[in-house]
Design a protein around this ligand. Structure first.
Ligand code: MLT
Length: 302
């Protein structure tokens, strides 16, 4: 018999995969296995009695991985399981940064009681004019599961795609559209691209990589998208560059006071992986990994 606990709501489709050998418990101290989405386990005392943690998501920075390794607790994540959901939101972010859909919809809401709204809207629409993404250069930093999907989708939308990834796997390279230009260094992305999106894990080496120096190498009026981790960007430097006009828009999936409500910033409340499909895929993968480990001792994706 095994006992598991969920620190966040986890899709039923995944939980259904636990056989009758498994019982859900409320206490972390009573659990052999833990399922977690975004709860900060870094703030918890994790008992050594826990055997494994399954993170229903790609990043593991809410889990004290080094501490777990010392205690012999195996940590699994679910790389790729929510990649399509994130990819679709990145595309939406690029479109929102290019067409003033948000401004237009807000204007309609503010004027919805006006009986002449149709005529008024025709007069007003000039102020919401935007630009197209087709033909523009998109730079992708990190060509893992999400970055490579964004690359293929942007190529299909007519963008000129540049990708930089010093650790590009053979599988990921094989799945990439032949039209993606592989940049030898990140500077090429900074210097060439109209849109830059980052899809790398948060590590000491990537923390605040989108900083003042990086921004200074970018094109005027660049659009930056951050759907990976907020700490990959120095957001104070981003706000400064938005004020000077160097950056046209910053689209982020992380709500931080530094950027929330600032001119030129579009903040989304961490919705990249919040689709029914992504939540199901992550839960299913995490439960399968936990079961395979607990029942057969197999370690995958950790
Ligand atoms: C991830 O790391 O994959 C995301 O943060 C998932 C989530 O939104 O929980």
């Amino acid at each position: 018999m095994f006992r598991y606990t969920c620190l966040n709501p986890i899709s039923q489709k995944g939980l259904e995969l636990f056989s009758d050998q498994y019982t859900e418990v409320k206490e972390l101290a009573a659990a052999d296995a833990v399922l977690v989405r975004s709860a900060k386990m870094t703030e918890l005392e994790i008992p050594d009695s826990v055997l494994a943690i399954g993170r229903a998501g790609a990043g593991v920075n809410n889990i004290p991985v080094a501490d777990c390794a010392e205690k012999g607790i195996v940590v699994f994540n679910t790389p790729g399981a929510n990649a399509n959901g994130v990819k679709e939101l990145v595309l939406a972010g690029m479109l929102l940064a290019s067409r003033d859909i948000v401004g237009g919809v807000e204007w309609i809401k503010d004027n919805q009681e006006d009986p002449n709204i149709g005529k008024l809207a025709e007069k007003q629409k000039k102020q919401f004019a935007g630009c197209e993404i087709s033909g523009k250069k998109l730079g992708i930093i990190g060509l893992g599961a999400i970055g490579s999907m964004v690359a293929n989708a942007a190529d299909a939308l007519g963008m000129e795609v540049y990708g930089y990834d010093p650790y590009l796997s053979i599988d990921a390279a094989w799945n990439l559209s032949r039209n993606v230009h592989h940049s030898k260094n990140v500077e090429e992305i900074y210097e060439q691209c109209d849109y830059i999106t980052i899809h790398v894990p948060l590590l000491d080496s990537t923390k605040q990589m989108l900083n003042e120096e990086a921004i200074s190498k970018m094109k005027e009026h660049v659009v930056i998208l951050n759907f990976a981790r907020d700490l990959l960007a120095d957001e104070e430097a981003i706000v400064k560059a938005l004020q000077s006009g160097k950056i046209k828009r910053y689209v982020t999936d992380f709500a931080n006071p530094v950027v929330a409500g600032k001119k030129g910033v579009l903040v989304i409340p961490h919705l990249g992986a919040s689709t029914a499909e992504a939540e199901e895929n992550c839960a299913i993968m995490a439960v399968k990994e936990l079961r395979d480990f607990l029942e057969n001792g197999n370690i995958r994706n950790s």
